[in-house]
Ligand binder design. Structure first.
Ligand code: ACO
Length: 328
């Protein structure tokens, strides 16, 4: 069909939170965090810097990288679990901040799998009779707005950031699509494993909900760890099978950057540890921004060339999981 990724961008907040800083906040140590998670530092948004602020910067960088302007965009899809507001959507705020036309825009909420859910959705809408020509897909997260800084089992894990890609349909049937094969999945039976209980219709904000810290992340860490490994491995195998591509043909594997040990386990089971791109040590878990940040780093550092096959995989609250085989 001719649908390609023509540009990438990211926004990484300047402030850095180190493991040493966390040692002063909770009963933890650099040694524990590095051996259990692989994380050394994470970037933290300013108090007044929102997900849409970071999304707009990432989007502008992706547009510059693509060599096009905001008025050429036909659709904006943002993945986030940390929207500025319950409504309007982050995508509507991005449309305004980057000066895009009055194009349709909406947010997707599939937690850390959101970026791959958004790429699948955008591709489907471009290939459908809607036939959007240029689409901006963004993952944007201010995860630290959901962190309980007194809970050592979760506060060490997360960071903030955003990443964007520009998709374009060049209309040339000889141009291979970026989308080789995809898999999106979910299991609502384990929805309580990773949850922010307060702030939605189940528990609107009250003095009790705020003092009880119900607006922060609650996580069953070890069970999530186990499901993360099995779900990502299954999704990757399905995508490879659907496409008829062997693991050896994959040039880069980009797993969701949540925990170095999860990444190692997935890569070893797939037999591709040497192909894995890693930056969890520098950013922590940036939820749905994570895969896009990896993609942008690889792109800007010239580490991917035309035709390379990239296998991306993620998992997150829901539980959701997804994999996508991308042809560069
Ligand atoms: N520092 C020191 N000790 C700690 C810390 C810490 N920061 N956190 C937990 N511990 C302690 C625990 O209290 C426990 O102590 P105990 O044995 O005395 O009870 C011990 O370390 C072991 O705890 P576990 O939870 O079993 O440790 P584990 O090896 O499983 O690592 C971790 C915990 C890192 C959270 C791991 O389970 C994990 O990464 N899980 C997946 C998390 C994830 O990827 N979540 C995705 C969320 S993204 C989204 O969708 C929003």
């Amino acid at each position: 069909m001719g649908i390609r990724i023509i540009g990438t961008g990211r926004c990484i907040p300047e402030n850095i939170l180190t493991n040493d800083d966390l040692e002063k906040m909770v009963d933890t140590s650099d040694e524990w965090i590095v051996t259990r998670t692989g994380i050394k530092v994470r970037h933290i948004a300013d108090k007044d810097q929102t997900s849409s602020d970071m999304a707009a910067v990432a989007a502008k960088n992706a547009l510059d990288n693509a060599g096009i302007t905001a008025d050429m965009i036909d659709l904006i899809v943002v993945s986030t679990v940390t929207p500025d507001y319950a409504f309007p959507s982050v995508s509507a705020l991005v449309q305004k901040k980057i000066g895009a036309r009055k194009c349709p825009c909406f947010d997707i909420e599939a937690a850390c799998s959101g970026f791959l859910y958004a790429l699948n959705t955008a591709y489907g809408m471009m290939a459908s009779p809607l036939a959007y020509k240029r689409v901006l897909v963004i993952g944007a997260e201010k995860m630290t707005s959901l962190v309980n800084w007194e809970d050592r089992s979760t506060c060490v894990l997360f960071g903030d950031g955003s990443a964007a890609v520009v998709l374009e349909n060049d209309g040339n049937p000889d141009t291979p699509d970026f989308y080789v094969a995809g898999e999106v999945a979910a299991d609502g039976e384990v929805s309580d494993l990773l949850i922010v209980p307060g702030g939605g219709s189940a528990m609107p904000a009250t003095v009790e909900s705020v003092t009880g810290k119900f607006h922060t992340i609650k996580m069953g860490g070890p069970k999530t760890f186990q499901l993360a490994v099995t779900s990502m491995v299954t999704a990757c195998r399905k995508v490879l099978e659907k496409s008829g591509v062997s693991p050896e043909e994959v040039v880069w594997a980009i797993p969701h950057q949540a925990n170095r040990r999860i990444i190692d386990a997935v890569a070893n089971k797939l037999g591709i540890p040497e192909k894995v791109y890693l930056n969890v040590d520098r950013y922590g878990n940036t939820s749905s921004a994570s895969i896009g940040i990896c993609l942008d780093e690889l792109n800007r550092e010239g580490k991917i060339k035309k035709g390379d096959l990239i296998l991306a995989a993620s998992f997150g609250a829901g539980l959701t999981w997804a994999a996508l085989l991308i042809r560069w």
